[in-house]
Design a protein around this ligand. Structure first.
Ligand SMILES: N[C@@H](CCC(=O)N[C@@H](CS)C(=O)NCC(=O)O)C(=O)O
Length: 250
């Protein structure tokens, strides 16, 4: 028993970043084991937690889902620093669910769709922090992997149009919420709603403080850069940037 929790991830995944931010914020020491996407299935085999990361293994017991890990990490903080103040939990969790269910899958679709247009950059990004043999496997498998990613993530032209529309819708909602000048989404303090929004939107602005290495914008496909430029003027994007600059300590 004891020992540091093991944090199983796809390093660059924004859901993994959400959980990582929570762990870092709570000052929890952990050992991250990063894997390339799809190759991560092998690391989850036998754990009984399904096929998705992040997964945190604490004292041999695996815990799946970024929200569960975030809440677990948050339980280590005093009440004045919690991301889920008791009187605001309902509103926070409603927003967290909206971002988890709609924003996260939509930004991920664009990341993979454009990622396949720059396979070298995709290989670099997915290979950060992973074992050499998984990097070798990634190099072999990537040229044939798009159909499988398309099945798992949804990369048809219709999927991508829908993803852009969903992102615009969520950004407009958050713009509206921020229009009264508030500094945080709920209750005047930094909560899980803010953290979830900023991490799941991070692929749109590539924050320097992100907890895994990301490529710089100049290495991305032109379409990816155009998309980043097309959302950059939203107050909600500036807000997410600010949250990263002010709240994402490691
Ligand atoms: N609701 C889950 C979503 C996690 C998620 O979608 N993880 C992706 C990586 S970004 C994954 O593991 N995908 C593999 C698959 O679905 O087969 C959470 O919040 O943890």
């Amino acid at each position: 028993m004891g020992g540091r929790p093991v944090f199983i991830t796809i390093g660059f995944s924004h859901y993994c970043e959400k959980a990582r931010w929570g762990l870092d914020r709570a000052g929890i020491a952990y050992e991250e084991q990063a894997h390339p996407p799809l190759i991560h299935y092998r690391a989850l085999k036998g754990l009984g937690v399904g096929k998705q990361v992040p997964v945190l293994v604490v004292d041999g017991v695996p815990m799946a889902d970024s929200s569960a890990i975030l809440a677990w990490a948050d339980g280590h903080l005093p009440p004045d620093r919690t991301l889920y103040p008791a009187d605001l939990t309902e509103e926070i969790c409603e927003l967290e669910d909206r971002f988890d269910e709609d924003l996260g899958p939509a930004t991920r679709r664009l990341v993979y769709a454009y990622g396949f247009e720059t396979p070298k950059v995709m290989r670099w990004t997915a290979g950060q922090g992973v074992a050499w043999h998984e990097r070798a496997l990634l190099r072999l498998a990537l040229p044939f992997a798009r159909p499988m990613f398309s099945r798992v993530v949804g990369l048809t032209p219709a999927d991508l149009t829908a993803a852009r529309a969903t992102i615009e819708e969520v950004l407009a909602e958050v713009d509206d919420r921020l229009a009264d000048g508030r500094r945080f989404l709920v209750g005047g303090r930094f909560t899980a709603a803010d953290l979830t929004f900023a991490s799941l939107l991070a692929p749109a602005f590539l924050p320097p403080a992100y907890g895994a290495p990301l490529p710089t914008a100049d290495r991305l496909a032109p379409g990816y850069r155009d998309w980043m430029a097309s959302v950059a003027d939203h107050p909600s994007v500036a807000f997410a940037r600010r949250l990263y600059a002010e709240e994402r300590q490691r």
